[in-house]
Design a protein around this ligand. Structure first.
Ligand SMILES: Cc1cc2nc3c(=O)[nH]c(=O)nc-3n(C[C@H](O)[C@H](O)[C@H](O)COP(=O)(O)O)c2cc1C
Length: 217
């Protein structure tokens, strides 16, 4: 049996609550921007993903018009920092609806670090910063998808499991990203599984669905 839900019957707000409870877990872009007047701003956005590979682009969505969106429209620049487990309280606090003249960096007690290619600062406490220039802002209903071209990435050297210029990548256990679930729930990285993609040339002809059993200690 299923429960059928129609957005028109349920209403916009309850349907939004349903959507954000099933589109889970969502990574969190900690978006740093600077207003034309020079006030730094920081806000979490969990409607966030990669939008293009080459050239590299990421996107976040502003539901309504918030300071982050206004700033990005004014200056064409923003930085996506990684929201991590040790910064849980600060990430949440930066989502408070401070007035536009207040910088979340000082209100929350985070350290602004100069970016290399754009004016908005990075969060010094965060291990990853993606410096972006606005590529496109797409308004859909009550929301705006902000797509940014990543012009520079700054990643703490000690999160890599090898030389970053020789195939080394950030290790998930050192990044410890936070994610957003529905309601007021958040998550951290749980069990990490590894599996390789099956190439068609190696397809066995039948698919034996093995039940996954976690390794025993
Ligand atoms: C973890 C988390 C994720 C959020 N994701 C979004 C989002 O994807 N889009 C959005 O518009 N607001 C989101 N919010 C709410 C904004 O962060 C909040 O409205 C904030 O005050 C906006 O700040 P600004 O006006 O400085 O841009 C989120 C809040 C939290 C705590």
């Amino acid at each position: 049996m299923r429960t059928d839900l129609d957005p028109d019957d349920l209403g916009a707000r309850p349907f939004y609550k349903l959507l954000t409870s099933v589109v889970v877990p969502r990574p969190i872009a900690w978006v740093s921007s600077r207003s034309a007047a020079g006030v730094d701003n920081l806000a979490p956005h969990s409607f966030f993903t990669v939008s293009c590979v080459d050239p590299p682009m990421v996107q976040f969505t502003s539901v309504g018009v918030k300071d982050s969106l206004t700033n990005v429209r004014e200056t064409g620049e923003f930085v996506v920092c990684l929201a991590t487990e040790p910064l849980f309280e600060q990430v949440n606090a930066s989502g408070t609806d401070f007035p536009a003249g207040v910088s979340e960096f000082s209100a929350v007690g985070l350290t602004p670090e100069p970016s290399r290619c754009v004016a908005p600062p990075r969060v010094a406490e965060s291990p990853v910063a993606l410096e972006c220039r606005l590529e496109q802002a797409l308004t859909l209903g009550d929301s705006t998808v902000v797509i940014g071209r990543v012009v520079h990435a700054a990643v703490d050297t000690d999160v890599f499991d090898g030389d970053a210029h020789d195939g080394g990548l950030p290790a998930i256990g050192r990044l410890r990203p936070l994610a957003r679930l529905g309601r007021d729930e958040w998550s951290t990285i749980g069990e990490v599984r590894e599996i390789t993609r099956i190439r068609h040339a190696e397809w066995p002809g039948h698919f034996a669905r093995e039940r996954y059993s976690p390794p025993t200690a």
